[in-house]
Design a protein around this ligand. Sequence first.
Ligand code: HEM
Length: 165
Amino acid sequence: MPLDITPVKKGEAIHFHNPNKKFYEAVGGEEGIKKLMYSFYDKIYESDIAHFFPQDEDEFEAIKVQNTKFFVQICGGPKVYENETRGMELNEYMIRLHDDFSVTEKSRVEWLGTMREALNELEEVEQSLIDDFWEYLDSFSKLTVNSFSDGSTYFAAFTQAKEDR
Ligand code: HEM
């Protein structure tokens, strides 16, 4: 099945690469990422992890805006999220931000499943570019899991591929 979810393994070091900039270009740049992320968050509202997110409309809108900025930057667009990281390295900051929530493997799977639905709406984007974006999501999301079924919390180490693509 395309866009598979690989399970997180406690203690496993995570290796990931940022999405290919061609994905960003293929969706239509900033506007395209915004459309994708807003669709994703509309679906989050209907999902099993809705309770993680603010129920207040204005607060929820602010999350959509921030999330869009992050994904614009991580996908190779302008560095519009740069000043949000309180001086931390971007990925480190994004992992730490999720520490405020108890993210389990089950909620990660729901998050990814919701994102998969939003990606399925992209009609004119080459499948190989969607697959590449998915690889980033599948890997990076493992680093947001911080609550395991045995009750432990574990923060995995990660390395990021630096190769130019
Ligand atoms: C590839 C994986 C993920 C990425 C790149 C990501 C990215 C983001 C970004 C950019 C934000 C907004 C940051 C800001 O406010 O500046 C955010 C917030 C959030 N994410 Fe994630 N996320 C990921 C996975 C997950 C997963 C698996 C969950 C599971 C529940 C999750 C739950 C949340 C929550 C609850 C918030 C914050 C809501 C609030 O501030 O009230 N995220 N995430």
